[in-house]
Design a protein around this ligand. Structure first.
Ligand code: NAD
Ligand code: TDX
Length: 351
């Protein structure tokens, strides 16, 4: 049994599905079901006793304590977070509340539970904290990629809140001995991603014939990793990672935003032709405040120590992703309801 937090979101839901497919053992899934959480992501597990869903907040300490006592998990895999940089610019409060205070609450309940375990269970227990490359700040074009020893320099409210949570996780190991592992991953893409993030937003706008809003000059660089590869990296860290260590996870796939958007358009031109090339919809809009220039991950440590490396190329993963969105119109209809439209107005209305 493991306890997953945020398992109804994009990466968390992919992880729960992947976990049950690969490990076959049960997962308790604690998720608040914010705008980003969606039980439809887990529809294929309906009736499967190995998935126990609990709607709730990681800040509800009594709830977390009760779940740990009842299910006696051997690990906590912590995904729950506010995750979108643009939303953190418009409203940072929730980011501090969930990412910093929520992680603190979870660590405290994990520590109380872990302290009461028998020695053999205590040694095996893991608290795996899922974090991001954004905690390291921004790179120039010729800087070396982020490694596990790159100093933290978060720039957005989102990145700062994740950095804060990483520091708490580190301290709970150093001070209390809690067996924690932190993974810092680059930009994920794949099925089930909420269409506020670059790739699904571009797919959906292109399908609707709407402008494709590229921030600034579109030359910012991100490293892209297929979500299934990220899930495999987390499983490797859980199985073989050393408590107290951090592992960078990346796709060895740096692209400018413009390259990504053109690649989406080219796939859509082939799979869903619209007459005119989709790239004609590309529209340069006002830049994101404090927009980090470049992220790149050096993932040598996890390869060397845990034997993990990405398996899917960006070309193959992007094609599968576009195909998934083309085949899941109902999922799209469900997530692009009233609240989504309010977000689009707020973020793009004045750009
Ligand atoms: P997401 O926004 O799609 O999902 C977050 C989930 O957490 C949602 O289901 C939401 O309902 C839940 N949640 C939010 N606040 C909660 C709370 N207080 N209590 C319980 N549940 C709560 O995010 P994602 O893209 O799947 O990211 C998951 C994790 O991975 C995050 O910690 C994020 O920082 C990290 N990460 C994401 C990426 C990426 O590219 N998306 C890359 C690296 C790391
Ligand atoms: O409409 C857009 N236009 C645009 O040009 C959007 C939504 C984004 N962008 C740009 C901004 C970034 O340079 O595309 C790039 C990717 O943007 P996002 O998808 O918002 O991701 P990013 O800001 O890079 O952060 C992501 O990767 C690290 C995730 O959202 C984080 O949760 C993760 O930690």
């Amino acid at each position: 049994m493991i306890l997953v937090t945020g398992g109804a979101g994009f990466i968390g839901a992919n992880f729960v599905l992947d976990w049950i497919a690969h490990e076959g053992t049960p997962a308790v899934n604690l998720d608040k079901l914010t705008y980003a959480g969606n039980l439809a992501n887990l529809a294929s597990l309906q009736g499967d006793a190995r998935h126990i869903f609990v709607k709730g907040d990681i800040n509800d300490r009594a709830l977390v304590a009760g779940l740990l006592k009842q299910h006696q998990p051997r690990a906590i895999v912590h995904f729950a977070a506010e995750s979108h940089v643009d939303r953190s610019i418009h409203g940072p409060g929730e980011f501090v509340q969930t990412n910093v205070v929520g992680t603190f609450s979870l660590l405290e309940e994990a520590r109380a539970y872990w302290s009461g375990l028998a020695e053999t269970e205590k040694a095996k227990f893991r608290f795996l904290h899922v974090s991001t490359d954004e905690v390291y700040g921004s790179l120039g074009d010729s800087d070396p990629a982020f490694s596990e020893t790159t100093p933290y320099a978060p720039n957005s409210p989102y990145a700062a809140s994740k950095a804060g949570s990483d520091h708490l996780v580190r301290a709970w190991h150093h001070t209390y001995g809690l067996p924690v592992i932190t993974t810092n991953c680059s930009n994920n893409y794949g099925p089930l991603q909420f269409p506020e993030k670059l790739i699904p937003l571009m797919i959906l706008n292109a399908l609707a014939g709407k402008p494709l809003p590229v921030y600034g000059d579109g030359k910012n660089v991100r490293d892209w990793l297929y979500v299934g590869d990220h899930c495999a990296g987390i499983r490797a860290a859980l199985a073989r990672g050393k408590p107290g260590e951090t592992y960078n996870i990346g796709g060895n796939s740096e692209k400018t935003n413009l390259e990504v958007v053109h690649a989406v358009c080219a796939i859509l031109d082939e799979l869903h032709p619209a007459g005119a090339p989709h790239a004609k919809l590309i529209t340069f809009v006002e830049d994101r405040a404090g927009h980090d220039w470049r992220y790149a991950i050096n993932a040598e440590k996890i390869k060397r120590e845990l034997g993990w490396e990405p398996t899917k190329t960006f070309a193959a993963g992007l094609r599968e992703t576009v195909q998934w969105y083309l085949s899941n119109a109902e999922w799209i209809r469900n997530v692009t309801s009233g609240d989504y439209r309010k977000w689009v107005d707020l973020n793009y209305g004045k750009r």
